[in-house]
Write a protein that binds this ligand. Structure first.
Ligand SMILES: [Zn+2]
Length: 142
């Protein structure tokens, strides 16, 4: 179909990609073990999630791996009605930003109904297996 000069195809495209993760492998291993890992700069104490291997403040800084508790508070959220191409099969979903108790913010999908969400509610960032990979999501803590 052509509409307004744009060709629309109905074929489903499978997206496959490779991403080098050697430097942050402990992060992915942690998810497999049910842990949420971040990096912390031993020089200035800054915590990075997702983890970074260098501290932009100290450049490069001396980094160490830490386990985050996962406990935090909901700062904001947005319901995604029109998903990007790579998430077309997901249906409607909600992304949230939470301030974790370690003082670092995390962006993740939240597994909750929109009507149950309120800014400031307790949430918990947890590891989860999705399809054949591990990822992380927020759960609402009642
Ligand atoms: Zn630093």
């Amino acid at each position: 179909m052509i509409k307004d000069g744009i060709f629309f195809d109905r074929r489903t495209l499978e997206l496959r990609y490779q991403m080098p993760v050697k430097n942050i492998e402990p992060f992915f291993k942690g998810l497999e073990e049910g842990k949420i890992r971040a990096t912390k700069c031993k020089t200035c104490g800054s915590i990075y999630f997702p983890p970074q291997i260098h501290c932009p403040r100290c450049n490069p800084g001396i980094m160490e791996w830490i386990d985050l508790d996962g406990d935090g508070k909901l700062e904001t959220f947005s319901s995604i009605e029109i998903a990007p191409t790579s998430f077309q099969n997901e249906g409607k979903y909600i992304v949230a930003i939470g301030l974790l108790k370690e003082g670092v913010r995390a962006l993740a999908w939240i597994d909750a109904k929109e009507s149950d969400l309120r800014i400031g509610k307790r949430i918990r960032l947890v590891a989860r297996k999705k399809d054949d990979a591990f990822t992380y999501v927020f759960n609402l803590v009642e």
